[in-house]
Design a protein around this ligand. Structure first.
Ligand code: NAP
Ligand code: G4F
Length: 343
């Protein structure tokens, strides 16, 4: 049985990847942060019973800012594959917390690479690189496009990307950069724009809210489905030699288009409900991302299966179920309407 160590297992991608690897009979070890509230919602369904001795998912408390622990985990677990997905992953927040983002998102990668080098374990390493690194570069972006990062998050990811390349060259580590374009799902964090839109629009549909506040509606993104993208991560680590790959759909759509589609599908008038709040604009924006994943298609045999429209339908359906439950609980007086902090 192969062993995988996943950082960021509690996040969107970590949960889909853990599901995929369990289906392939892996033993899963995940890095998890201590939190004052439960933060395992996305992976709770992976335990039939937490105390089951047959369980194949193990969680280890730690943090990407602590290197000694990462070395201990590497040595003790000796994973066949390490998927490094943990990061402060919110671009807007990285402008508020540039130092923290540099530490966790940039240096966090170096700490794991050092753990592998120092312990000498034989493992394959996946780095969650990002299309955000392309920044101001024109579409269609591919593996040869020079990076022009536009945020502290993107700069931290560029640092990590080159560290991966350097450790591959200098120490012959089997280390890959997956340069993934935006990918979404019903498990997407609620402060990223797609989920913010589907979550709030379905609440508006159920009469729980009236307004959706957004920032720049003209930005364009290449949005795919997270479930398809974790398959590409796994495929990279099954190759004979390590390399870097762009993973994208090749389509691009504006935030405005996403809003209009969601509201139309819900038979709502976005003009009545969507408002602009300047606080959601970024000091520097990435105007357009559209990826060229030809290399992944040819070498990995990877292609996206879920279309833009199917993705939106999937997210609306899941969020509608949540909104219906919220309505029932609110009417019974069990919960109040939540006014969450913005991002
Ligand atoms: P996500 O949902 O925000 O998950 C981030 C994960 O990192 C969570 O499990 C989080 O733990 C963990 N984490 C954050 N800070 C940490 C720390 N100091 N120590 C340990 N763990 C920490 O992100 P995602 O969408 O799944 O993305 C996965 C990775 O791919 C990230 O590196 C992201 O930057 C990158 N990426 C994402 C996309 C995309 O469109 N989704 C595209 C390209 C690249 P908590 O649950 O405790 O917060
Ligand atoms: O959904 P977003 O926050 O995603 P962003 O910034 O593209 O970053 C995501 O994708 C990257 C891959 O390219 C990942 F590396 C990163 O970890 C993350 O997963 O914003 C998308 C666009 C931006 O142009 C933003 O300005 O939507 C625009 N936007 C407009 N109104 C908004 C909002 N974004 C957010 N989060 N909230 C708004 O109200």
């Amino acid at each position: 049985m192969k062993k995988a160590f996943i950082t960021g297992i509690t996040g969107q991608d970590g949960s889909y990847l853990a599901e995929l690897l369990l289906g392939k009979n892996y033993e899963i070890h995940g890095l998890i942060r201590r939190s004052s509230t439960f933060n395992t919602d996305r992976i709770d369904h992976l335990y039939k019973d937490f105390h089951d001795p047959e369980a194949r998912v193990y969680l280890h408390y730690g943090d990407l800012s602590v290197s000694g622990q990462l070395t201990d985990f590497s040595y003790n677990i000796k994973p066949d594959e390490i998927y490094h997905l943990g990061a402060q992953s919110h671009v807007r927040v990285s402008f508020d917390m540039p130092e923290y983002t540099g530490d966790v998102t940039g240096l966090g990668t170096l700490r794991i690479l050092e753990a592998i080098r120092k312990t000498g374990i034989k493992t394959r390493f996946y780095q969650a690189s990002s299309s955000e690194m392309f920044g101001a570069a024109p579409p269609l972006q591919n593996e040869l496009t020079p990076f022009q990062p536009r945020s502290p998050y993107a700069v931290a990811k560029v640092y990590a990307y080159y560290m991966v390349k350097n450790y591959r060259d200098a120490y012959r580590l089997f280390a890959c950069n997956g340069i993934l374009f935006n990918h979404e799902s019903p498990r997407r964090g609620e402060t990223f724009v797609t989920r913010k839109i589907t979550r709030t629009a379905t609440q508006i549909k159920m009469g729980l809210k009236d307004k959706l506040y957004l920032g720049n509606l003209e930005a364009k993104r290449d949005w795919g489905y997270a479930g398809d993208y974790v398959e590409a991560m796994w495929r990279m680590l099954q190759e004979d030699s390590p390399d870097d790959y762009v993973i994208a759909t090749g389509e691009t759509h504006s935030v405005r288009e996403f809003v209009e589609k969601v509201f139309t599908k819900l038979d709502l008038d976005d003009k009545k409900h969507v408002f602009i709040d300047a606080r959601y604009f970024r000091p520097t924006e990435v105007d357009i991302l559209q990826g060229d994943a030809s290399k992944a298609r040819q070498r990995l045999g990877w292609r996206p299966k879920v279309s833009f429209d199917q993705l939106i339908d999937m997210m609306i359906e899941a969020d509608m179920e949540i909104a219906k439950k919220e309505k029932t609980l609110m009417e019974a007086g069990y919960i109040d309407q939540k006014n969450r902090c913005p991002a």
